[in-house]
Design a binder for this molecule. Structure first.
Ligand code: ZN
Length: 318
């Protein structure tokens, strides 16, 4: 028996001249960084994950490159968000689904837990990763999809997912603590686009995006003027730019408020639809949210440790 196994191993080695050994890992493609991070953590050494959208990339506007098409066509499975987040990829992924397993993991969040997108019936706010409690559903969906693709990994995937879910619980507790410390009258979060609805819903903040749920429409002058009035009337101390969205609208608000004699600070850059640099703490889902929560709490007058929940943030927000 052992001899037979060695022979098979030898043959597999001969068949894979590039690596010298058979690579039995699942070749997976993820669209957003947040999904790629979860698939990598839960899949462990049984997966090789390629993430299409890096730091600063806006998923609402992202269009697949020739290289992406090749990667997705060759992959064992593709994980995407759905809920109309990657609007430009939808058509391609629907066609791909005819011959490759394709998982819209954002849609694992039950309809009752989704927020509506504007006035359109049946359309939902896709930014579910902003609430660790809702992101749980996505983690579980990824665990189940990986188990379906590689049943032998069942126990490993379950153990990795459990560890991740425990981290999400700790992150949620931290969010309650630091956002709960914001004084009344300071619980208004103004950002570049409407990515923080789930954060506001879960932790009792009023959220206002200068652009809407998607970044594909411009904010008009009337919108800017209404928001400047809001900043002045509500004495908002700080508003936020986002790493994946043009900051000129945020600057226009700061200048508009200054013209009315009111100083509004830029409270920092939030990671809304893309994570930080790969390999950094902020380049992980847990680090991205820690950065956001810590930055928001400190800029709006709440209390949070300068380097975040685990003391790992690269720089202390102001
Ligand atoms: Zn967005």
């Amino acid at each position: 028996m052992r001899a037979t196994l060695s022979l098979i191993a030898l043959l597999l080695g001969l068949l894979s001249p590039v690596t010298g050994q058979a690579d039995e890992r699942l070749r997976l493609v993820a669209t957003t960084g947040m999904i790629g991070d979860a698939v990598t953590l839960i899949g462990g050494d049984r997966v090789a994950v390629e993430t299409l959208m890096g730091p600063g990339v806006d998923p609402h506007l992202y269009r697949q490159t020739r290289r992406d098409i090749l990667a997705m066509t060759r992959a064992d499975a593709v994980f995407w968000h759905g809920l109309a987040l990657e609007l430009q990829l939808e058509e391609f992924l629907e066609r791909l689904a005819a011959h490759t397993p394709v998982y819209a993991v954002g849609e694992a969040v039950p309809e009752a837990a989704r927020l509506p997108a504007g006035d359109f019936a049946g359309q939902f706010d896709p930014h579910v990763w902003m609430d660790p409690g809702r992101w749980r559903h996505v983690v579980v969906a990824i665990r189940d999809a990986l188990t379906e693709l590689a049943p032998a990994g069942r126990d490993a995937f379950a153990a990795h997912a459990d560890a991740y879910l425990a981290e999400l619980e700790a992150l949620d507790a931290y969010a309650h603590e630091v956002l709960g410390s914001l004084p009344e009258g300071r619980r208004l979060l103004v950002t570049a686009h409407d990515a923080f609805g789930y954060l506001g819903d879960t932790y009792d903040l009023e959220v206002v995006g200068i652009q809407g749920i998607s970044t594909d429409s411009e904010a008009g002058l009337a919108r800017i003027e209404a928001l400047v009035r809001l900043l002045v009337e509500r004495r908002v101390p700080a508003i936020f730019v986002e790493s994946s969205v043009d900051e000129r609208h945020v600057r226009a608000l700061v200048e508009g408020a200054a013209a009315r004699g009111r100083t509004v600070a830029i409270g920092g850059t939030l990671f809304s639809d893309a994570m930080g640099p790969p390999g950094s703490y902020e380049g992980s889902y847990l680090g991205m949210l820690d950065h956001n929560l810590t930055t928001i709490a400190r800029a709006l007058g709440g209390e949070a440790p300068p380097r975040g929940r685990l003391g790992r943030l690269a720089e202390a927000p102001p």
